[in-house]
Design a protein around this ligand. Structure first.
Ligand code: SF4
Ligand code: SF4
Length: 382
């Protein structure tokens, strides 16, 4: 029987609404697969007739529960995701039938072992690097095995035709997301980075492809209609790129703060940003081959080497006419923290742009200190 969690009455109205709308979807017979990473080939989920929902934690909620089990010194994203799951506070996790995950960073892959004690978790073995002939072969094999696993789990067969249709649908969503992102190429941008990232995040609350595309198209048109060519008498707001760890848990602390201080975050160089959305899955070739190629092209610091990230950054900086770079590193994210050394060198020495690195977590305890550093940075580049 589909029921709400025992602690439902303790939630605020927004959370209650989230649980009720997901429960309604389940009652209609919807199958739900939770995911944690951009490397997840969501087309497999769609081809099984299920919907994929993102389970990445993005607030302090759940962290105290997580810290009773996980090390306090772990990345806040992992702690928040785990804590929300074990405390029944996340409607998406609560109503997920299964979880599809990958071997990315060490913290995440060990956390999945614990999650598997609560819900079935299928972990795909992602190659540690994108190069060499074995990487693509092993990843393609993983995708094939996962298609079989998901098909068996939901008692359905993932045929090549279903997979092809899912690829076409997902590409349609990618194009709509990319179009929304590209609005900020305009100078000045007609939409703040904060508002745009809120819109992209809100696609998680739409459960059909048509709904997602319709929502994104209407928002894109709304933003475009607000565009006013630059008034040269007005002070130029610096155009910044945000790079580093996934940013959803620090949107207020970094993106909103930067924009309140007089600059614009015109592009977010993250695994879910434009650089990933513009890589479509080839609709003309074997679907498994095409999926393996697309997903292995995603540049993330968990890969070694991760040189493609720098090529991506260069083109994004040029296309979005970026004046400076803010890098955000979550505490205990070793891969991004170590790679930040190269990023700083690349941005300052190769591209000659100002750069600031901010190490933080999901708490508000360092907000004042971050504000002071951002003020000094913006003063320097204005
Ligand atoms: S940053 Fe890397 S590991 Fe994290 S969600 Fe993105 S692709 Fe996955
Ligand atoms: S931010 Fe870093 S440590 Fe945290 S989940 Fe992502 S890759 Fe892992």
């Amino acid at each position: 029987m589909i029921k709400l969690p025992d602690n439902f009455e303790t939630f605020d109205e927004k959370r209650k609404k989230g649980f009720i709308s997901l429960m309604e979807e389940k009652q209609k017979g919807k199958k739900i697969v939770g995911t944690f990473c951009t490397y997840t080939p969501v087309e497999l989920i769609l081809a099984a007739g299920a919907v994929s929902v993102s389970l990445c934690g993005n607030s302090e909620l759940g962290i105290p529960e997580a810290e009773a089990i996980l090390p306090k010194t772990l990345c806040p994203l992992i702690k928040s995701s785990f804590g929300l799951a074990i405390s029944d506070k996340c409607p998406y996790f609560y109503f997920s039938d299964m979880i599809l995950a990958e071997t990315t960073c060490d913290g995440k892959k060990k956390m999945y072992e614990l999650l598997n004690e609560i819900k079935p978790v299928h972990v795909m073995h992602l190659p540690q690097g994108q190069n060499g002939p074995l990487a693509i072969l092993s990843w393609k094999e993983q995708i094939k095995q996962t298609a079989k696993y998901i098909g068996d789990f939901f008692n359905t067969e993932i045929t090549e035709e279903k997979l092809h249709n899912a690829i076409v649908e997902r590409n349609r969503i990618r194009k709509a997301i990319l179009k929304a992102y590209e609005v900020t190429k305009l100078v000045p941008s007609p939409v703040s980075g904060y508002e745009l990232s809120s819109v992209i995040e809100a696609t998680d609350f739409h459960f059909t492809d048509d709904d997602i595309v319709e929502y994104l198209e209407s928002k894109t048109n709304e933003f475009l209609s607000k565009y006013k060519p630059r008034d040269y008498n007005e002070k130029h707001r610096p155009r910044l790129m945000l790079t580093g760890c996934p940013h959803t848990g620090v949107r207020d602390k970094i993106i909103k703060k930067v924009e309140d201080l007089g600059a614009d975050i015109v592009v977010i160089d993250s695994c879910a940003g434009p650089r990933t959305q513009r890589i479509l899955v080839d609709e003309t070739k074997d679907p498994y081959e095409a999926l393996a190629e697309k997903y292995l092209k995603i540049n993330c610091s968990v890969m070694t080497p991760n040189d493609g990230r720098f090529e991506d950054m260069k083109s994004i900086i040029e296309e979005y006419k970026v004046d400076g770079v803010v890098e955000m590193v979550l505490f205990a994210c070793h891969t991004f923290a170590i790679e930040a050394h190269k990023t700083k060198k690349f941005i300052t020495e190769k591209l000659g742009l100002p750069y600031i690195r901010i190490d933080t977590d999901f708490s508000s305890s360092d907000s004042a200190q971050i504000q002071t550093r951002l003020e000094a940075f913006l003063e320097m580049i204005s």
